[in-house]
Design a protein around this ligand. Structure first.
Ligand SMILES: [Zn+2]
Length: 240
């Protein structure tokens, strides 16, 4: 594969260490607010939405790896209804005060259930990290080029949503991130199984790839595969 075409599919540079720290600290702050609310024991059986419609309001600096910096307001908004996960979705938008990143909580959960879920720290952290990585990728994308904003905020038309160029770039970020946890195995997979089957096995290490690739157009699939090649090149996995 030519180096030039690989360059076109580079993932948007986001400092993932910062995103991970942000997920942890937001998680701690939200947990602190939940605990504060639970001091009134009658709150424990109430739904999150009955207690408050907006939880934590915070402001943070978001930085990509080249030092592009932006203050972002972060809000936990409580949606009506009940979802299987406490943190259901997220979105970025702009207000007159600048960008805002909204994380949606499932309002049907009681405070007690939310506290329980958050005591399994790892699961909630990981979910928040995934949501933040996706939205911060959008944010940095738009800061670099405002015309790159996603055109499909709603997911009712699945094919249009997942094939929106901004969404392809955001999900590409997650695919590469998920594969990066296996970076010590990638060279071996290619060597043992060959470029075709080996690459398929590498892609299947990403649950996001498994879920979304059937919906992507062939050309978007190709872009994501190129970004994975590009990542592997940067880790030396293609050298052997
Ligand atoms: Zn998105």
């Amino acid at each position: 594969m030519a180096v030039l075409t690989i360059r076109l599919a580079r993932v948007i540079p986001v400092d993932k260490t910062v995103v991970r720290q942000l997920a942890k600290s937001l998680n701690d702050d939200l947990l602190r607010e939940f605990k504060l609310a639970s001091r009134q024991t009658k709150n424990l059986a109430k739904s999150l939405r009955d207690i408050r419609s907006v939880w934590l309001q915070d402001e943070t600096e978001v930085t990509d790896v080249r030092g592009l910096e932006k203050a972002v307001k972060i809000v936990f908004r409580v949606l009506p209804g009940r979802d299987s996960t406490l943190m259901t979705s997220a979105a970025v938008g702009t207000t007159s005060h600048g960008p805002v990143l909204v994380v949606d909580l499932s309002g049907g959960w009681t405070l007690e259930e939310a506290l329980d879920a958050m005591s399994f720290r790892h699961g909630v952290d990981a979910r928040l990290y995934d949501l933040l990585l996706h939205e911060i990728t959008h944010l940095i994308d738009v800061l670099r080029k405002p015309e790159y904003a996603s055109q499909h905020g709603d997911v009712s038309d699945e094919k249009a949503y997942y094939n929106d160029p901004a969404e392809v770039r955001a999900y590409m970020q997650t695919v590469v991130d998920e594969i990066s946890y296996h970076k010590d195995r990638l060279a071996k997979l290619l060597k043992v199984f060959g470029p075709q089957k080996g690459m398929q096995m590498i892609l299947n290490l990403s649950k996001t790839w498994v879920q979304i690739s059937p919906i992507w157009t062939p050309s978007n699939k190709k872009k994501v595969i190129k970004s994975v090649y590009q990542f592997m090149g940067s880790t030396g996995a293609l050298d052997g």
